[in-house]
Design a protein around this ligand. Structure first.
Ligand code: GTR
Length: 332
């Protein structure tokens, strides 16, 4: 009896040890990444990040899984960027706007009117400028696996159509956290108000700010069009977005898994860009049908001229980045 008990507990001990070492092995082998996304279900970026998660699982044979957290539930964008940098989160879909203050090379895309149109932005990003921007981000702990589209940002507000810079004078305008955007609004005579995306709706509604700026899909998906019914097509910023992973996590992967996650991100970007084009049209149609007063700005030269101090400040702070600015400006 006594020996049998000992024997049984030894057996049990061995079984427990085997289970523990198996699960320890499993946890070394299979990694679960936590992914941040600011947008709601159905938004092109949300659909594409879910696709990315599926592809990562498939292409790594389950060695890496990505659990996506949408709708900004894991916190504001500047905080999430910091979390991915330090490894509190592994991955996220980020706009390069709030990355700019961390990586000066990435801030070049936040110079107002630097890109003439989406095609210009794509060509720049797919070329040497894109490489320099990626390298600058990598130095700060963020690996850009792929680029997503985010259209062109234009001004909207609850007061009046904006036709000239003088119309912005005295207006309180929400901007993303980045001094370049505060400088942009100040140069137009307005009062910039840096604020988290999640707070903008209420601030527009209660008059804490008069206006903000964004692309058609975000203007629509957030409901901002309900509380700021003038949309003026300034198209002053064309900011790309990244699928960005923590550099240490990425560097720790096998070459095969690095390729798998990069391929997954790039395939998801193809989907995102296709969905983006459709959503930009449908969002525009939806807000216009709801009664939004929309105006084009046929002559943007006064807005562009007003941006000189923004460029001057950026170049004074980052003299070594003048060639990068010129490279983008000269990209055909
Ligand atoms: C959206 C962008 C978000 C966020 C937001 C904002 O267009 O996709 O990542 O940057 O704008 O204005 O905060």
């Amino acid at each position: 009896m006594f020996y049998r008990t000992i024997g049984a507990s030894r057996l049990l001990g061995a079984a427990v040890a085997a289970t523990v070492s198996l699960s320890a092995m499993a946890s070394v082998e299979a990694a679960e990444w936590r992914g941040w996304n600011i947008h709601k279900p159905g938004y092109p970026n949300t659909v594409a990040m879910d696709k990315f998660a599926d592809l990562v699982k498939e292409k790594t044979g389950g060695r890496i899984t990505v659990k996506m957290f949408h709708s900004g539930v894991l916190g504001s964008q500047p905080d999430a960027i910091e979390q991915v940098r330090i490894g509190g989160l592994e991955i996220g879909n980020f706009n390069l706007g709030p990355i700019g203050p961390i990586a000066p090379e990435a801030n070049v895309v936040s110079l107002p009117f630097i890109f003439k149109d989406m095609g210009h932005m794509h060509r720049a990003l797919d070329g040497k400028a894109g490489e320099e921007i990626s390298a600058g981000m990598a130095k700060k702990g963020l690996i850009a696996l792929a680029w997503y589209d985010s259209g062109a940002r234009s001004f909207y507000n609850s007061k009046k159509p904006i036709m000239t810079p003088a119309d912005v004078t005295g207006m309180k305008v929400r901007v993303m956290n980045n001094d370049l955007y505060s400088g942009m609004i100040a140069s137009l005579g307005g009062n910039p108000s840096p604020m988290a995306f999640s707070e903008v709706y209420q601030s527009l509604k209660t008059g804490v700010v008069d206006g903000a700026e964004n692309n058609w899909p975000s203007y629509e998906s957030t409901g901002h069009f309900e509380v700021a019914g003038y949309y003026s097509l300034s198209q002053h910023l064309i900011i790309p977005e990244c699928v960005c992973v923590n550099a240490k996590v990425y560097d720790g992967l096998s070459a095969a898994d690095q390729k798998a996650v990069k391929d997954a991100a790039r395939e998801s970007a193809v989907l995102q860009r296709a969905l983006w084009e459709k959503r930009a049209k449908s969002s525009r149609e939806k807000v216009l049908a709801s009664g939004v007063k929309f105006n084009e700005i046929p002559d943007k030269s006064a807005f562009q001229a007003a941006m000189k101090p923004v460029y001057d400040k950026y170049l004074a702070e980052n003299p070594s980045l003048k060639p990068l600015v010129e490279l983008i400006q000269n990209t055909k």
